[in-house]
Design a protein around this ligand. Structure first.
Ligand code: NAD
Length: 476
């Protein structure tokens, strides 16, 4: 068995409210910290992540047998790179951003002050627990907020460790982690936070947004969904197969931006499947249950969920092209590729979030585009092609939170890019400047220096003033 569902004790409402009130009382002190002081906080977090790196690896192995190198690549590195980016740019982000003055407002000047939202809440999922908890935290700190964090209850080892790290380096009146599952989350969601940054499933995102609406709290919702991949006839099939075998099966397919299903040109379909099979063997050996490079489903509930999707697809006529091996004693599902999958099977109606990859052939790209557009907007859409015209045609006629051309999932690692979904796959963006912006209010500040034309247009109105207004509308 991998993770025991050792759910941490819920944090009671009184405790949640106590911390919230402490942070509320402290929010202006934190808001008025200088760039240097915020950098010092980021440095503390950076040091703690490096100091506890062995424990982080150990916790994530206990939670879902994640290989230590994969922990470094997909959990530690995204956090350290987010910290480095924030430290490099924070002074520029915090500065007042001057904006132009229209001629009609001559005699004034304007700027945007990015002020902290105040007391913010981060609710994190289990699939990249460190990355998706500390990543948003970096942006919230950079923006000058006090922060309450609720990590996932499904990965108790890493959640306990993160709680220990946070309590060691921060005072609870500036940053605090509260643990628990739905009851704790619900207690938090009852409070009038100034912003909620939620990462998780679209169905829970709706609960979060409904709770936020009661206080008109702004939200960033980093959600999920089914991310399609298109491989056209011009694509380098060997490269596509290698990158997809990596992007789909890393973290045992439990990635919000995993290629969920594939459309490959009919003429290249068999070659693609053969290559994926071959790379799966290269990456994870003939028997992936024996290699340490292959993680597990996070718990038996998720193992049963994906097994159910797979069996439903088989019942509806799917063929197994690779894998298809299951072992409930260790929540193990071998890297699996399936074809002839009915669009009505749960494998295609639900986000898979596991190591099963449906592959479809196509001949007409516009049919693929129509199919994708008939579904909810995905978090990511991937295109493998060597033809700029095809790439642009797909980009122009589909919608997605983000895209990679000739790769998958790696757009997450470029913190200069906004990361997030669109509608069903999310609202708002994170990473780098976009994360700072999410945790800030863009306060527009207008200063009048000398009297301007508006002074002449105040009541009582008369024909002359109307002429001036007409002139203004026409020429300014
Ligand atoms: P989840 O939505 O079940 O849980 C996320 C968080 O919400 C957890 O902390 C959980 O305790 C809390 N929660 C669960 N039910 C709740 C409820 N009824 N009320 C209040 N809070 C509740 O998601 P998960 O299973 O942890 O993660 C998987 C999902 O997250 C997938 O859909 C995946 O695509 C998505 N995801 C998105 C991103 C992204 O960046 N867009 C990243 C990772 C995962």
């Amino acid at each position: 068995m991998t993770a025991t569902l050792n759910i941490p004790v819920e944090t009671n409402t009184a405790e949640v409210e106590r911390i919230f009130n402490l942070q509320k009382a402290n929010q202006f002190k934190v808001a008025n910290t200088t760039a240097r002081e915020r950098i010092a906080k980021l440095d503390k977090l950076h040091k703690a992540v490096l100091k506890y790196r062995p424990e982080i690896k150990d916790a994530l192995y206990k939670d879902f047998r994640k290989h230590p190198s994969e922990v470094d690549l997909t959990e530690v590195y995204p956090v350290t790179s987010e910290i480095k980016h924030a430290k490099k740019d924070i002074r520029r982000w915090m500065r007042n951003h001057k904006v132009a003055t229209p001629l009609a407002l001559m005699g004034s000047s304007s700027y945007i002050k990015y002020e902290p939202k105040g007391v913010v809440l981060i609710i994190a999922p289990w699939n990249f627990p460190l990355n998706l908890t500390f990543g948003p935290l970096v942006c919230a700190i950079a923006a000058g907020n006090t922060v309450m964090i609720k990590p996932s209850e499904q990965t108790p080892h890493i959640s306990n460790l993160m709680a220990k790290m946070i309590s060691e380096i921060f005072n609870e009146n500036e940053i605090a982690m509260v643990q628990g599952g739905v009851p704790t989350s619900t207690a938090l969601l009852n409070l009038p936070f100034n912003h909620i940054f939620f990462t998780g499933a679209p169905s829970i995102g709706k609960i979060v947004m409904a709770a936020a609406a009661k206080h008109l709290t702004s939200v960033t919702l980093e959600l999920g969904g089914k991310s399609p991949t298109i491989i056209d006839e011009s694509a380098n099939i060997d490269m596509a197969a290698r990158r997809i075998a990596w992007g789909k099966f890393i973290n045992n397919g439990q990635i919000c931006i995993a290629p969920d299903y594939i459309f490959v040109h009919e003429n290249k379909k068999q070659a693609f499947i053969d290559k994926v099979r071959s790379y799966l063997e290269t990456f994870f050996s003939e028997d992936p249950s024996k290699t340490t490079s292959y993680a597990r489903m996070v718990n038996n509930r998720h193992y049963q969920r994906v097994k159910g999707y797979f069996e439903d697809a088989l019942d509806k006529g799917a063929n197994i092209e690779a894998g298809g091996k299951f072992d409930g004693n260790q929540d193990y599902i071998s890297p699996t590729v399936v074809t002839n999958v009915s669009k009505n099977s749960t494998l295609m109606t639900e986000e898979i979030f596991g190591p099963v990859l449906p592959v479809y052939g196509f001949t007409k790209i516009d049919e693929v585009i129509d199919e994708i557009n008939s579904r909810e907007k995905p978090l990511a859409l991937y295109i493998y092609s060597s033809k700029k015209k095809n790439i642009n045609h797909i980009l122009d006629n589909t919608r997605a939170g983000g895209s990679c051309i000739n790769h998958n999932a790696v757009h997450f690692f470029n913190t200069n890019l906004p990361f997030g979904g669109s509608n069903n796959s999310g609202i708002g963006k994170g990473h780098g400047w976009y994360g700072f912006e999410a945790f800030s209010n863009a306060r527009g500040v207008f200063t009048q220096h000398i009297p301007n034309a508006l002074e002449m247009l105040m009541p009582p109105y008369n024909d002359f003033k109307q002429k001036l207004i007409d002139f203004t509308i026409k020429y300014f």
